[in-house]
Design a protein around this ligand. Sequence first.
Ligand code: ADP
Ligand code: MG
Ligand code: MG
Length: 904
Amino acid sequence: MADKWIYAFGAGKTEGNASMREQLGGKGANLAEMVSLEIPVPPGFTLTTGCCVDYLGSNEFPAGVWEGVLGQMERLEKAMGAKFGGDENPLLVSVRSGARDSMPGMMDTVLNLGLNDVTVAALERKSGNRRFAFDSYRRFINMFGNVVLEMEHSDFEPLIEAMKNNRGVSSDVELSADDLAELTKQYDALVKEKTGSAFPQDPVEQLRLAIEAVFKSWNNERAVAYRRLYSIPRTWGTAVNVQCMVYGNMGEDCVTGVAFSRDPSTGEKALYGEILFNAQGEDVVAGIRTPEPISVLKERMPECFARFEEISARLDVHYNDMQDMEFTIQNGRLFMLQTRNGKRTARAAVRIAVELVAEGRIDRETAVTRVDADSLDQLLHPAIDMDGGVDVIATGLAASPGAAVGKVVFTAAEAVAQVKAAEAAAEAAAEAEDDEAAAEARDDGAVILVRLETSPEDIMGMNVAQGILTARGGLTSHAAVVARQMGKCCVAGCSALNVQAGEKTIETNGHLIKEGDWISLNGNSGDVILGQANLKQPEVAGDFSTLMEWADDIRTLGVRANADTVADSEAALKYGCEGIGLCRTEHMFFEEDRIGHVRAMILAETEAGRREALSHLLPFQRGDFIGLFEVMGERPVTIRLLDPPLHEFLPKTLHDMEQVASLLGVSVEGVRHATEIHKEQNPMLGHRGCRLVVTYPEICEMQARAITEAACEMKKRGVSAFPEIMVPLTAGEAEWEFNRNIVAETAKKVMAEQGVEIRYLVGTMIEIPRACLRAGQIAETAEFFSFGTNDLTQMTYGLSRDDAGQFLPEYLEKNLILRDPFVAVDREGVGEMVEIGIERGRSVRPNIEVGICGEHGGEPTSVEFCHLVKMDYVSCAPPRGPVARLAAAQATIAHGAYKTAEIH
Ligand code: ADP
Ligand code: MG
Ligand code: MG
C-alpha cells in the first residue's frame, strides 16, 4: 500500500489520534484527539511529517498528495457551506506547521489564507463587518509575505506604525475599516516592490505555496540551529495542518487566548491564562497589546468561560498532565485550536507531579519521570528577585546557581579579613546590645569576591564570600567548579568586566565600581547587578521531599556527596546524600595556621625536617576528620590523600617566604631557592598524587594516621565511623601497592596503639587511562575504585580542562562534539575506559565497590551512565544531591534495577 500522506480531522471524519505525533506532529495529533473527545475544533487535515521529508528530497509533492489536498478542501467546503475563493461565502483556512516536538517560534503559521481582492469584499458582505474583513486581509498579507515570500515582519511594521501615528492612535484595534483597507493597499505595493511580483490572488496557488513554504522552513537557519541545540534529528520533518478559520477579530464578543490548566509557575491547580478581545492568532504572546487575565473572561462572558474551564479540566484529565491550550471565541462560540503538555518551572513540575499522584491519576514512577532532574537546581538556592527593577550592568556565565549580595573585594585574603573583622564587630555589638551596629557589622561581612580568575589558594576567600565573580574562565573553570561544590552563587567569564585588582576597581559598561561597593549576582542568569537586590527564598515545599522519597525508593544507585568540611557534610545530609564520596584533604591545608607548616614540609631538605612540619599538621588533620565523622556517623566517608602538585602550595609572596624561613630556621634566600627547584613545567602531569608519596612517604603516613586515629577516637565514643582511604592518581599496581602498604601498616600500628579495631577500606581513584587498563591487577588489593572522570577525561582526550574553554565552544558549534565532555561523561571514549576499569576490577574482585566522584556525578546523563555500568554510587556536590537522586531513579525506571555485591 502506498504511504498515507493526509489525515482528516473534524466534520465527521477523523483519522488521527494523540498517539500519532510521529506522523502528524504534536499539533495535528492533538487536534484529532480533541475532535474525538467531542471538543469543538474547526475541521481540517494534516499532511504528514513523512510527506515533508519526501517533499524536501525531491522538491515536489509525492504522487497523489496535491489531489488529496484538493479533495480535502472540497470536504471542508461542504462541511462549512462555503467556497474556497468564492465570491459569496469564502472559505478561509490557516496553514500551520507542527513538528513532533514543539519547536517554539520556529516555523510560522499563515492565517486567513484564501483572501484576495474579491473574497475580501465577499467576507465584508457576508459578515457585514468591513473592519473585520480588512483586518484579516492585512494580517494575511503580512504573514504570507513573511512565511512564504521571505519578507521580514519588520518590512511591514513601519507601515502600520505610520498609520497609527497618522490617526493618533496607539493600538491596532483603534484603526478604522478604511485605515485597514488603505493599509492592505500599502502592503500589496510593498510586496510588489520587494518581491518583484504582485501578491498572489489565486487561493489555490496561495495554498500550495504556503504548504511548500512550511515544509521548506524545516531546513531554514533558525530551525537548523534549534534542532542542533536540542538534538532533534533532521529526518523528523514537520507536519502541516490546514484548518478552517474561526475569527477572534470580529468584534468585542470575540477573543483569542492562551491558557494553562494549572499554573505553570507555581503548579497550583487553577486555570491560568491570558486573552485579548477582538484579536487574532498570536497577538497575545506577541506583545502587540497588553493581554488581560483570563478571569476577565469570567466576568464578561461567563458561559464561554465555564465551557472553557470544563474543557481545560477534561484535557488535563485526559492527558494526565498540565495542558497548554490555544483557543478562539467567535461571536460567543468557543473553539479549541491547540493543546499540548505545558512547559513549567521546576517548582510547578514537582507540585503537579505529586498532586497528580494524590489525585490517583498517575503512579509514583510516572511522577518521578515528570520532573527534569537538572531543573531541581532552581529549587535549591535563594534567587534574585528580578521583578524589583534591578540595574543589570553586565552579564557573564551562570556558573553556579543562586544569588549573592555583597560588597566587592578583590583578594581572598581581604575577603577573609573583612569577614573576620565583621564577625568580631557583630559579636561585640551584640554584647553591647547595639542592634544597629550589629546589623551594620553583619552587612560588612557580606562580600563578593571579584577575581580575574580564581586559583586553588582562593579557596578560603571563596568559602567566606557570598558569591564569586570572575572576568575569565568558563563553566568548568576553577571558580565555577568550586562554587558549585560549595553551593555558592558564581558568575564566571564576565568578559565585560575590566578588573583592576591593583587599583581595586572594576570598570564595566560605563560604570566604575570600587572596593566596598555593593553588587548582586544572579547565578541563574549570569547577571551582575548594581547595588543590593532583593532575594526570594527557595520554597522547598513538602511536595519536593515527597518526590525525593519516591525517587529514593526506586533508585538502586547510591548517592554520596563531595564534602571537605563540617558545613559541607551537614549540607550533604540535608540534601539526602548517603555518605561522603570525596573529601579533598588539600583544601584543609590552606588555612592560615596550617599553610606555613605545609610549605615548611615541602621545602624542608631532610626527612626529619618534613616530619617535624608534619607533626604540626597531624592534630589539625585528626580534628578535621573527627569533625566529618561526627556529622556522618557510621556512613562511609571517602577521604582522598593529598593530590595536587606541591607547586600549588609553594610560597608566593615575600611574607610567605619569611614565614617559612622562620619555621625552618633558614634564610629567605634559601626558601626562594628551594621554591625555584620545586617549580614544574606541567604540574598537572607532574609531581602530584600518589607520586608525592613515593618521594615523601611520611606525608601519607601522617594522613593515614590522622584518619585512623580519628576513627579510633569515634569508636571509643561508640560510633563506628567508616573511612574509605583513597589513593589519588594511581597509574599501575606497583605504585598502588607502595601507597597502600603505607596506609595499611599505619592503620594497623594505630589500632594497636589505641587498642581498638576500626572498619575501613583502602582503595584508589581511577583517573589515568593506564589505571583502567591495569584495573585487574590493582583490584588484587584495592577494596574500592572511585572514577575521577575529570582527570580521566583530560587524559583520555589529551585535553586540558582549563584551556579547553578557548576552543571547545567551536567544536560544539561545528557539531564535532555533541556535549562538553567535562559537563557530561563522554560515553564513547571516556565511558569505555570506565567500563574497562570496572570489568577488569570486578573480574578479579567481584564485590569491589565502584563509584564516581567529581562534577559528572551530579549531571543527569552521567548519572544514567553510572547506572548503566552498574556502579554502586555517584558522588556530587551536596546541593546536586537531589538532582543525582532523581536522575538515578529515572535511570532505574528507564533501564531496570540492579544490585551489586554487598561490600560492607
Ligand atoms: P505556533 O505553533 O507558533 O503556536 P499555531 O499554528 O498554533 O502556531 O498558530 C498560532 C495561532 O494562530 C494559534 O494560537 C491561533 O490563535 C491562531 N490560529 C491558528 N489556526 C487558526 C484557525 N484555524 N482559526 C483561528 N485562529 C487560528
Ligand atoms: Mg509561533
Ligand atoms: Mg500554537
